[in-house]
Design a protein around this ligand. Sequence first.
Ligand code: CDP
Ligand code: MG
Length: 140
Amino acid sequence: MSGSRTFTMIKPDAVLNGHMGAIIQDITNAGFKIIAMKYTRLSADRAGEFYAVHKERPFYADLVSYMSSGNIVAAVLEKENAVLAFRELIGATDPQKAAEGTIRKKYAASISANAIHGSDSDENAVIEAGFFFSQLEMFV
Ligand code: CDP
Ligand code: MG
C-alpha cells in the first residue's frame, strides 16, 4: 500500500447541486487514489448509526435527516498521511471559515449541508470504510 487511507462521503447538497464530478476531480487532482467508490443513499437509521458519536449534540437530529435526504457518494481514498491531507483539502466544518480553494469553501451550502465528509483519524477511517465497503471491495 502506498500511503494510508481515509474515508469520504460527498453529501446530499453537493450531489443535488451538481458538484459531484467537480469534487471527484478535485480529490484526484490532489493526488488521492480512489480505492473504492459507491453512489448510494443512507436510510435515517444508517445515517444515525454513522453519526452516533454526535448523538448528544443539538444538531444530531437535523444531521441525520439531512444525510438521509438524498444520494451520496461514499469512497475510500489513499495517499500519504491521507486523513490529515484530506481534512486540509476539504477545509473547516463551517464553509464560511474554510480556507480559499478548499472543497467546502467552493461547494458547501452551509455548516450542516457542508458538501463533504472526511474521517478524523486512521481508526475512524477504517471503521467508516467498513460501514460501506467489504474487505474484498477495498482490496486493490
Ligand atoms: O465533518 P466535520 O468532522 O468537519 O465536523 P463534525 O464536528 O464531526 O460534525 C459532523 C457534521 O455535523 C458536520 O460535517 C456537519 O454536517 C454537522 N454539523 C452541524 O450541522 N452543525 C454543527 N454546529 C456542527 C456540525
Ligand atoms: Mg467529524
